[in-house]
Design a protein around this ligand. Structure first.
Ligand SMILES: Cc1ncc(COP(=O)(O)OP(=O)(O)O)c(N)n1
Ligand SMILES: Cc1ncsc1CCOP(=O)(O)O
Length: 596
């Protein structure tokens, strides 16, 4: 074990030298909490142990109950330890304590504390000053305020700070909006300067990767995570710090790789590039072809791969509506997959090792399936398994909106599929009102923009179903005109398409390299996504297109059969046609256009 101070050089131990803000390392930011120490563990021993391997770059001394004299005493001893390991130290809230310490000690304040401008005046220009933000407005104000960095949260519930009720939690998606405006030149940002930020509140070894990823926008990413209990509550605070350091550095490596590769799509469209499902550059088109034949050929060839998979049919865990369950299971079988229709939270973790993909369909969601989705979603993320979300009826009720929001916060979905009403509701637009679980009659004015923006924002594939279907990864958009109107006259065809999408995505992911992350004990929220990069045999965009074409072309073939006289006879014919659809059928019948 190293006892040498790291060479990070982020703390100016000599106060004559102005603080070099560019050298600060926000990756793992430890906030102290004496009350959370395991029994018998000394505060200073725990602090030193957590710093000694160089994974923690910043420490904030947080004493909510100590009077100023005692706080100062603790802070002085803590500063000796921070100096030994070249770690930047800050004081939580107490200006008097901060000002009683050398100028290399900074201050972190909250929205209810002394105003930032006043703090800056009293601290002078050199001391580090951090501010907590939990809304876009607070982030915009923080950027103009003279603070150096922002603590963004609470991302999840936590026992480490009093009064954090469910309504105060912002989730990774709330954090992402804030992170976005903290980036350089963010619209309305009032400043061209990027403000560094750390995520805080419920971040731990299990939630960190998912939250970092979920809080990353197409233009900005968090600089790190701030934690109390994930380090302080551990006897082995050194191991805890190392685990977190590794998660953050893997996240940063993935981010840097995606940004530096010239063969990848541009930043604005790189929806999938930071994800566990980033396609290998060799799988992407040489230069965004507008040639639909390119995609049709690839989709056809993926279908033959699926039909002849040497590893056997992918197992698809399907948590779905009881209305559509049987049809979905039969269609999965017809599409060379093996369905398992389990929503039990108790077996979800165990199942996830065996499954190739997961479907979360909220059609008839209730408490058991909601709980099952949480465990299954997190486990699928950790294992690098594709997740399809079918937000049935989202927009029809506040309950459904809340469930979808919870899933999107908790699980990184790979593909989001919905009709105009469902996707409008998720995107925050009221353009198409929901009517029950079917799409309302309104038309979207710009479906291409909707799928593209939503895919970019949620950093997943988006499939908008309708008379014309639109598929996007945040940059590319393909419109598909296949499909027979009988699909809309039977119940559950959309749900079954969700399962086919999961099958096709699973067939894109190499089964042997979809490895589990170092997954610690149970946590409240989030999947690990510990290993961010998973190899792919095929671009997931092509995978989704293959499923869409297989379903819609099979529906045309089924409807054309002489034995099909209406919706009743259409169902078995559809299952038969899905079972026999071939790569040649796809090549001959696909009617797609690359529209962006
Ligand atoms: C890095 C970081 N971010 C946020 C906070 C929360 O600060 P505040 O809102 O002042 O709440 P208390 O910590 O004072 O309870 C933080 N401390 N550190
Ligand atoms: C101080 C603070 N501010 C927002 S959440 C929080 C507590 C974070 O503690 P933990 O990392 O244990 O959830």
């Amino acid at each position: 074990m190293s006892t040498q101070p790291p060479t990070r050089g982020n703390a100016a131990a000599n106060d004559e030298v102005p603080l070099d803000r560019s050298k600060l390392d926000y990756s793992v930011y430890l906030v102290t909490g004496r009350e959370l120490l395991p029994p018998g563990v000394d505060f200073f021993d725990s602090l030193e142990r957590s710093l000694r391997d160089g994974h923690v770059g910043m420490v904030q001394i947080r004493e909510k109950d100590a009077e100023t004299g005692h706080f100062l005493e603790i802070a002085k001893r803590a500063l000796d330890i921070c100096d030994k390991y070249n770690v930047t130290m800050l004081i939580n809230d107490n200006l008097t304590v901060a000002l009683s310490l050398p100028a290399r000690v900074g201050l972190h304040i909250g929205q209810d504390d002394i105003p930032v401008a006043q703090a800056r005046r009293l601290l002078g220009p050199n001391r580090l000053l951090g501010i907590s933000v939990k809304s876009v407005q607070q982030a915009l104000d923080a950027k103009r305020s003279g603070a150096d960095y922002a603590g963004v949260g609470p991302c999840y519930g936590t026992q480490s700070k009093k009064g954090i009720t469910a309504d105060k939690v912002i989730g990774p998606r709330g954090a992402r909006e804030i992170v976005e405006v903290l980036g350089a030149g963010a619209s309305g940002g009032g400043s061209e300067t990027r403000m560094p930020c750390v995520l805080i509140g419920g971040l731990n070894q299990k939630t960190a990767a998912r939250t970092l990823f979920g809080a990353t926008s197409s233009t900005n990413a968090p600089d790190g995570i701030a934690v109390i209990s994930a380090i302080v509550a551990r006897v082995d605070s050194d191991v805890a710090a190392r685990e977190l350091g590794e998660i953050v550095s893997r996240f940063k490596l993935g981010l840097a790789a995606s940004r530096s590769s010239s063969s990848l799509p541009s930043e604005s469209g790189s929806a999938l590039l930071y994800s566990a499902f980033a396609p290998h550059p060799s799988l992407l088109p040489p230069s965004s072809p507008t040639d639909a034949a390119f995609y049709v050929d690839r989709a056809a060839s993926l279908l033959s791969t699926l039909r002849s998979s040497p590893t056997g049919p992918p197992l698809i865990q399907t948590i779905t509506s009881h209305v559509s369950s049987t049809l979905s299971a039969n269609i999965a079988l017809a599409f060379s997959a093996s369905p398992i229709m389990s929503h039990e939270a108790e077996e979800a973790e165990e199942l996830s090792g065996a499954v190739g993909g997961l479907v979360l369909n909220i059609g008839t969601i209730g408490p058991p399936s909601r709980a099952g989705m949480k465990v299954a979603g997190a486990a699928a993320n950790r294992g690098g398994k594709p997740v399809v979300l079918d937000p049935v009826g989202c927009g029809a009720t506040n309950f459904r909106k809340e469930v979808v929001n919870e899933i999107l916060n908790h699980t990184q979905v790979t593909l989001l599929k919905g009709n105009a009403a469902e996707l409008s509701s998720i995107s925050g637009s009221a353009e198409v009102a929901a009517r029950g679980v079917d799409s309302g009659s309104g038309q979207l004015s710009d479906p291409v923009a909707l799928v593209r923006t939503l895919a970019s924002r949620e950093r997943c594939l988006v499939l908008l179903s309708g008379k014309t279907d639109y598929l996007s990864d945040g940059q590319r958009v393909v419109a598909c005109d296949n499909g027979h109107e009988l699909l809309g006259r039977i119940t559950g065809s959309g749900c079954a398409l969700g399962v086919m999408l999961a099958v096709a995505l699973a067939s894109c992911v190499h089964p042997r390299v979809a490895v589990d992350a170092a997954s610690p004990e149970d946590g409240e929220s989030g999947g690990g996504l510990g290993k961010l990069m998973v190899n792919h045999q095929e671009d997931l965009f092509v995978g989704a297109l293959m499923a869409l074409l297989s379903m819609t072309i099979a529906s045309e073939q089924a409807a054309a059969r002489p034995d099909v006289r209406g919706p009743g006879s259409f169902i078995p014919a559809l299952i038969d046609e899905i079972a026999s659809i071939s790569p040649d059928d796809i090549k001959k019948a696909a009617r797609i256009k690359v529209v962006a």
